[in-house]
Design a protein around this ligand. Structure first.
Ligand code: AMP
Length: 431
């Protein structure tokens, strides 16, 4: 038997009802904050990720699904240089959004672009609960020229405030916001130097990944999850000591605005996030119901990303919600996914099918969700089927009912049964 590949999974009803409910609520929140959807391809030129997410990150160095394809004949003929092209299933979506922003000259609009996406991402991680090789992200970006205010801490606060609202509205309780600032490129160069010096006498005691990171990108040592390395990591210098004045002020303003709107957070100086493009504000929202993979979402500011992809100066800030984890967290709170169908229409006796079809058509067009049962002579069997279908009401359609234009309607929860004229049926079922 052929099964879904390790790390991938089928999403089935009734879970998909919960997924769709969450997505509908999230789209509604995005609309109220004036975001618009962007859809980028699921695979991109590999360089897009190595140049933005960073060669030394776990994502690029070991987690990408990458393959080579022969270049098109014109390329191979030497008209263009590449003979083959390396392609990668997107491991995240910010790089693709910024590529599209540059490619379509969206900066020329001279305003902030507020873009959101919902879709699958791919990483070759070790599969476990809350960690899959195909997973789904709901993300958004605010990006634009500095003249449109893209660098303002107001945008950081607006994004964080929206996330608090979004998580509240989808019904997640007890989430926590962790906040940090990773400064600008110059701050990080100085911090990396300090880390290098602090690591030098102890790095031989650490895991092989850290030994490599200490050479190439010491900041990534802070991502280390190996338990034995933690005492060393805890004692390393803190990023806050290396932020320059503008970065400090930016961070202070973001925090002051969060305080003003009453959003609680904790500062986590180790949270440097697993991607290199971040500058200044970084954040994660966590939830206790998720176990080891506790981050529901992560994000931050990326003021230099567009330029590192040869685009215009276009600072931005964004986030990605792990949709799989958001759903798991909601389910850990006992969230019930299934929406019951409103009416189960049961044909009683011979020749009722066409009447049932007509009645179902009327109700569905009137906005009532309705399902149709199999023709049967036994009322008991119809009730059983209606229960199985998860219906709120059963509507019995027999010869007498059709002739009288009046139907027996039973509320399956309360057991109450009444006769309802055809003209009033939709209104009755809507209650
Ligand atoms: P990142 O792009 O790594 O900052 O991830 C943002 C969010 O996506 C995380 O906080 C997780 O909720 C989710 N996420 C990342 N990787 C995975 C994965 N392999 N499986 C499920 N969710 C993931």
């Amino acid at each position: 038997m052929i099964k879904a590949v390790r790390g991938t999974r089928d999403l089935l009803p009734p879970d998909t009802d919960l997924w769709n409910r969450v997505e509908a609520q999230v789209r509604d929140v995005f609309a109220r904050y004036n975001y618009h959807e962007i859809r980028t391809p699921i695979f991109e030129d590999t360089q897009l990720f190595s140049r933005s997410v960073g060669e030394e990150t776990d994502i690029v160095s070991k987690e990408m699904f990458t393959w080579e394809v022969a270049g098109d004949p014109e390329r191979v003929a030497g008209i263009l240089d590449a003979e083959s092209l390396s392609l990668t299933l997107r491991p995240e979506n910010t790089a693709g959004v910024v590529r599209a922003y540059i490619q379509h000259g969206l900066d020329r609009a001279g305003k902030l672009q507020k873009l959101y996406y919902i879709g699958p991402q791919f990483r070759r991680e070790r599969p476990q609960k809350g960690r899959y090789r195909q997973f789904y992200q709901i993300g958004a970006e605010i990006i634009g020229p500095p003249s449109a205010g893209s660098e303002s801490p107001l945008r950081d606060a607006e994004v964080l405030e929206m996330l608090a609202t979004l998580l509240d509205e989808v019904g997640l309780r007890d989430w926590q916001l962790q906040l940090n600032s990773v400064g600008c490129a110059e701050d990080r160069a100085r911090y990396n130097q300090a880390l290098r010096e602090a690591l030098q006498p102890v790095v031989h005691l650490m895991c092989t990944d850290c030994q490599r990171r200490a050479q190439t990108n010491p900041l990534r040592v802070l991502d280390c999850k190996v338990p034995e390395d933690q005492p060393i990591v805890e004692r390393l210098p803190k990023i806050s000591q290396y932020l320059d004045e503008p970065c400090c002020v930016h961070f202070q303003l973001v925090r002051a605005m969060l305080d003003a709107v009453g959003i609680a957070y904790t500062i986590n100086e180790r949270m440097v996030r697993g991607l290199d493009y971040y500058t200044r504000t970084t954040f994660e929202f966590t939830h206790g119901g998720l176990g080891a993979q506790s981050a529901v979402l992560g994000g931050g500011r990326y003021d230099g990303l567009s330029e590192s992809l040869e685009g215009p100066k276009a600072p931005g800030i964004g986030f990605a919600i792990g949709e799989d984890r958001l759903i798991l967290a909601l389910q850990s709170q006992g969230e019930k996914p299934a929406e019951k169908v409103q009416a189960y229409i049961a044909p009683l006796g011979a020749g009722m099918n066409v009447h049932v079809l007509k009645l179902a058509r009327e109700l569905r067009r009137a906005g009532i969700s309705a399902d149709i049962g199999d023709e049967t002579f036994r009322l008991k069997k119809s009730f059983e089927s209606a229960e199985k279908a998860g219906a709120r009401f059963i509507v019995i359609v027999g010869e007498n009912e059709v002739a009288a234009e009046q139907f027996a309607v039973k509320n399956l929860a309360s057991g109450e049964q009444v006769q309802v004229p055809r003209a009033e049926l939709a209104a009755h079922l809507r209650k």
